[in-house]
Design a protein around this ligand. Structure first.
Ligand SMILES: Cc1cc2nc3c(=O)[nH]c(=O)nc-3n(C[C@H](O)[C@H](O)[C@H](O)COP(=O)(O)OP(=O)(O)OC[C@H]3O[C@@H](n4cnc5c(N)ncnc54)[C@H](O)[C@@H]3O)c2cc1C
Length: 289
């Protein structure tokens, strides 16, 4: 199928984007890499009157370090982030996650901001944002605001972004001193995963510190499991502690069954992945200690 007719705008600056969104409100839709939006248009699940193409807005394409954070412009391609030495050095969890997104041609077009704004609960980047307690900077009718990750994702494909909001950049705390792992189970390489987990841990005096676990594919948004994080916090990662982490994950998660997998399967896979990813993150943390 082809998309329904729409008017097309190709602004060259953030100011122009904001003006266009203010003029057209809910009639407008932003186009970033198009890797999620174009299929929705072609299937006529989205019918915007005006498509506002962000691809000429060069000022949204950057990766820089500032005050212990790495700041990534919304139009930075996923593949650019994947190849960035700053990301590899300062954001190892993001570096773990990026190669798991689809295939290289998808990452070559798909953007960091587009993935987070789209808020697919099976997507990797929203889970990274939540695991790291990062934030996003938004330009809207009331000016610029910073939204913490914990407040950004509302439900399935839904965030706090309004129709006149532009996601400008993503801010992630640098964690090059931590061990990280992103593990997932997908039916085929490159498919959206059934379940995934982002894990970050530091190790000092053989004990886990600052443990974070965020899951994909087990609810309408990325899900943190504080009980599992607390089960490992300040403790040596023994088999008994791993079992506690797994039990906490399985007790807390309430995934839905769907055509791809049952709730019970997803819950069990989440527990197994949590243990494996935590072991791997702790092993990597020892290497950077
Ligand atoms: C075959 C295939 C496999 C894929 N596999 C995966 C996968 O395994 N994991 C995964 O995470 N993703 C996967 N994707 C999706 C891919 O990561 C997309 O790139 C991403 O979801 C959307 O980014 P985009 O830049 O293409 O955004 P677009 O598709 O252009 O936009 C997506 C939505 O976000 C909005 N939007 C975009 N940018 C902004 C902004 N700056 N401010 C406000 N709103 C904005 C748009 O209006 C639209 O509603 C896959 C896609 C395909 C086609």
């Amino acid at each position: 199928m082809k998309p329904p007719p729409f008017r097309y705008a190709a602004p060259a600056s953030v100011d122009q984007v904001v003006s266009l969104l203010a003029a057209h409100g809910p009639e407008a839709k932003l186009l970033a890499g198009g890797q999620s939006l174009m299929p929705l248009l072609n299937l006529r699940l989205a019918r915007p009157a005006v498509l506002v193409d962000l691809n000429r807005v060069r000022e949204l394409d950057y990766i820089r370090e500032e005050d212990g954070q790495v700041i990534i412009g919304a139009m930075t391609r996923q593949r650019t982030a994947e190849r960035s030495p700053v990301v590899r050095r300062r954001l190892p969890l993001l570096a773990d996650a990026l190669p798991l997104i689809g295939h290289p041609p998808i990452r070559t077009r798909g953007t960091v901001g587009g993935s987070i704004a789209h808020a697919d609960p099976s997507a990797e980047l929203p889970a990274v944002l939540v695991a790291l307690d990062g934030s996003v900077v938004v330009r809207g009718p009331g000016g610029t605001r910073t939204v913490p990750a914990a407040e950004f994702f509302v439900s399935y494909l839904t965030t706090v972004l309004g129709p006149e909001d532009l996601l400008v950049e993503v801010r992630l705390p640098a964690h090059g001193d931590a061990g990280t792992a992103f593990l997932e189970v997908a039916r085929r390489h490159g498919d959206f995963a059934l379940v995934g987990v982002a894990v970050l841990a530091r190790v000092s005096e053989n004990r886990c510190r600052g443990v974070r676990l965020a899951f994909t594919g087990v609810g309408p948004t990325p899900v943190r499991v504080p009980e599992a994080e607390e089960a490992a916090e300040g403790r040596e990662l023994t088999a008994a502690v791993c079992a506690e982490v797994r039990t906490a994950v399985e007790a807390r998660l309430q995934p839905d069954s769907d055509i791809h997998a049952s709730a019970a399967y997803r819950r069990e896979v989440a527990g197994v992945l949590a243990e494996r990813a935590l072991r791997l993150a702790v092993q990597r943390a020892r290497e950077v200690e």
